[in-house]
Design a protein around this ligand. Structure first.
Ligand code: KIV
Length: 274
């Protein structure tokens, strides 16, 4: 039976962690499925990880569909989440709904992810009203790299931390079923996870999120050139062992420990957030 957003909401209610991995091909999807991963995200990170591009901005809908189809063929139980590439939804409400529906009809994804808060309210509303689960993405949003000026931790001062909280409430009101929080201080992620009724999934956002996501190639240690602070290598050799370790550590609150988190918010600032 295919995993569903309903099941993930139940997990949040029961305090059970949700496991997610970004993966892009048939073989990895099969391994993740055997390991009982909850969600496979066909992330636009494939632009950099698989296609060797400099950032995520150039990958197209047609390219994303090829990889999502491959993952759909490999995974029979995991929820398949397709990442909407840059300008496949920002350009217009029409583009947002028609490209989201392409992921469902052509590549058999079960839901879509898009980046942003207030500015994508109408897109989230339209897509979710069409019966397509939407996952939002706040904090470090790589499609806005040219505005953010680099891959930096977000929400470190009062204004930007409050903006992330406000956006989190807005995307939930718009109808999002889940929220990815990338590279924000762990206490801010804790606060957002307690305010929202929908589950939060962290990457570089600490252990208090309702679940975690890592890129498959990162948890296997395949990128020997660079390792972000929040990345843990679970095994360099056997992918099934690495994935099983990752799932075990997420489910049991072992990963991410302090070593893989950003602890940038002082208590005084935290008290001012609402
Ligand atoms: O593209 C991706 O893989 C992502 C995750 C890292 C959250 O957006």
């Amino acid at each position: 039976m295919r995993k569903s957003m309903l099941g993930f909401s139940e997990k949040k209610a029961k305090n059970e962690k949700i496991t997610m991995v970004s993966a892009y091909d048939y073989h990895s999807a099969k391994i993740l499925d055997v390991c009982d991963i909850d969600i496979i995200l066909v992330g636009d990170s494939l632009a950099m990880v698989v296609l060797g591009m400099q950032d995520t901005l150039s990958v197209t809908m047609d390219e994303m569909l090829i990889f999502t189809k491959a993952v759909s063929r490999g995974a029979k139980k995991a929820f398949i989440l397709a990442d909407m590439p840059f300008m496949s939804y920002q350009s217009s409400d029409y583009d947002a709904i028609s490209n989201a529906s392409r992921f469902i009809k052509e590549s058999h994804a079960n839901g879509v992810k898009l980046e942003g808060g207030k500015e994508v309210f109408s897109k989230i509303k339209l897509i979710s009203q069409a019966g397509i689960p939407v996952v939002a993405h706040l904090g470090l949003t790589p499609q806005s790299i040219n505005t953010l000026g680099g891959y930096k931790v977000q929400g470190r001062d009062l204004h930007s931390a409050q903006k992330i909280i406000d956006d989190a409430k807005i995307i939930q009101d718009a109808g999002a079923s889940m929220l990815v929080l990338e590279c924000i201080p762990l206490k801010l992620a804790q606060k957002i996870s307690s305010i929202l009724s929908i589950p939060t999934i962290g990457i570089g956002s600490g252990k208090y999120c309702d679940g975690q996501v890592l890129v498959y190639h990162d948890l296997l240690g395949l990128n020997q050139d660079f390792k972000a602070k929040f990345v843990k290598h679970f095994d360099d050799f056997n992918p099934k062992v690495a994935v099983e370790r990752y799932i075990h550590e997420v489910k049991n609150g072992i990963f991410p420990s302090q070593e893989y988190s950003f602890d940038f918010l002082d208590e005084e600032l935290l008290d001012k957030l609402y």
